[in-house]
Ligand binder design. Structure first.
Ligand code: AMP
Length: 211
């Protein structure tokens, strides 16, 4: 069983590495950010609630987020494991997760603030399938078009510089303490996410998790 969490600042590359890791381990990628964006697109009650927080770069309340993840982890495709990307982000969420299942690996993606700010200015995401590209180091084959599904590529609202600064501050204050929380459980490994070549970072992560 591989119950994996990726922890890293916004734009550390969680979504990009996850796309490769799910192919290796054949387990689902669960991104709370993608789930909220999907809910917003469909204008569900959760989506409308989340929008109020997301547009400002703030965290969606724990109660809403925990419920969403609990439902997702109870699906049959999570039996052999999962990659959680963007959850937990607070100690309360980590404690709630402990009550749902055991975590086998927490991969901390170490990245400098300078690299995050550089990457954020180039990040573009597919409106349809959520695939992530970067104008500088992971460009799509055709400008503005997703390589995978032909969907439109756009810049996320919360990638505006003001929101990114807010998200970095929230990461330092609320999410970074999670690293100590999991260090105590002996499940943490670190990968160098400053590396501009995603396949090399993925190899490093696989080296930590094993086959
Ligand atoms: P992400 O795509 O992971 O950067 O998430 C985008 C936004 O979704 C965040 O800035 C939050 O507003 C919201 N979000 C995603 N995951 C969580 C979480 N675990 N707890 C609270 N809010 C979240």
């Amino acid at each position: 069983m591989k119950n994996i969490i990726l922890v890293g600042a916004p734009n550390a590359g969680k979504g990009t590495y996850s796309a490769s890791l799910i192919k290796k381990y054949k387990i689902p990628h669960i991104s709370t950010g993608d789930m909220f964006r999907e809910a917003m697109k469909k204008q569900t009650p959760v989506g409308l609630e989340a929008k109020k927080y997301m547009d400002e770069g703030n965290l969606v309340p724990d109660e809403v987020t925990i419920k969403l993840v609990k439902e997702r982890l109870s699906q049959p495709d999570c039996k052999k494991g999962f990659i959680l990307d963007g959850f937990p982000r607070t100690i309360a969420q980590a404690e709630a997760l402990d009550n749902i299942t055991d975590i086998t690996n927490v991969i901390v993606l170490d990245v400098s603030e300078e690299v995050v700010l550089q990457r954020v200015s180039g990040r573009i995401q597919c409106r349809k399938c959520g695939a992530i590209f970067n104008k500088t180091n992971i460009p799509p084959k055709k400008e503005g078009i997703c390589d995978k599904c032909g969907g439109e590529l756009y810049t996320r609202d919360d990638d505006k510089p003001e929101s990114v600064k807010e998200r970095l501050a929230i990461f330092a204050k609320q999410t970074a303490p999670l690293i100590d929380y999991y260090e105590e459980k002996g499940v943490v490994g670190h990968a160098d996410a400053n590396n501009p070549h995603p396949p090399e970072v993925v190899e490093e992560i696989i080296g930590i998790i094993g086959d």
